[in-house]
Design a binder for this molecule. Structure first.
Ligand code: ZN
Length: 175
């Protein structure tokens, strides 16, 4: 099995398999320096793109430095992530044909103001790369914010390349 990086319709660069991959196969490992959530937040303060993968409950983060960091999100992916004893594997959940783009569901959380819009093109696309739980949490938080304005820090623990936007003061939303 060989993976290549080339431009993708989903987002910038993507990761493709040059060979057929059987369901259940480990396609790649998500590797990179391990940081505490606090370290990850401060070390990525300046970079426009982050490739962070939150482990377990998000207290430890892998700062992606590997082929797997180029794998794009899809709401209808052909792979999933598997965390085994602190290591993260990308595993095929269905057969992958030669030339197919490798994808998994990022299930983002903790994305601050970013909307993390999804362009995966799947029929059942959620429209965002956030996890269904996070979508509910953000909706609830937005409702709350109309009454009370919590001082929310922008933190990210995900593999998604999130374009960094300048932090804006929370505005009263009339909606
Ligand atoms: Zn999608």
């Amino acid at each position: 099995m060989a993976l290549i990086i080339r431009s993708s319709a989903i987002h910038a660069a993507g990761c493709y398999s040059t060979t057929a991959v059987r369901k259940g196969t480990r396609v790649a490992e998500y590797t990179g320096p391990r940081l505490s959530k606090e370290e990850a937040d401060s070390s990525n303060e300046e970079s426009p793109i982050t490739y962070l993968f939150g482990l377990g409950y998000g207290t430890v983060v892998i700062d992606g430095h590997c082929t797997a960091m180029f794998i794009n999100h899809s709401c209808d992916p052909n792979c999933e992530t598997e965390e085994i004893r602190g290591r993260v594997w990308i595993r095929a959940i269905r057969k992958i044909e030669p030339g197919d783009e490798i994808t998994y569901d990022y299930c983002l959380y903790d994305g601050g103001d970013d909307e993390a819009v999804c362009n995966c093109g799947a029929k059942k696309c959620r429209g965002t790369m956030y996890s269904p739980e996070e979508i509910r949490r953000r909706k609830a938080a937005a409702k709350k914010a109309e009454k009370k304005k919590p001082a929310k820090r922008r933190t990210r623990t995900s593999t998604v390349p999130i374009p960094r936007k300048p932090q804006v003061a929370e505005e009263e939303d009339a909606a």
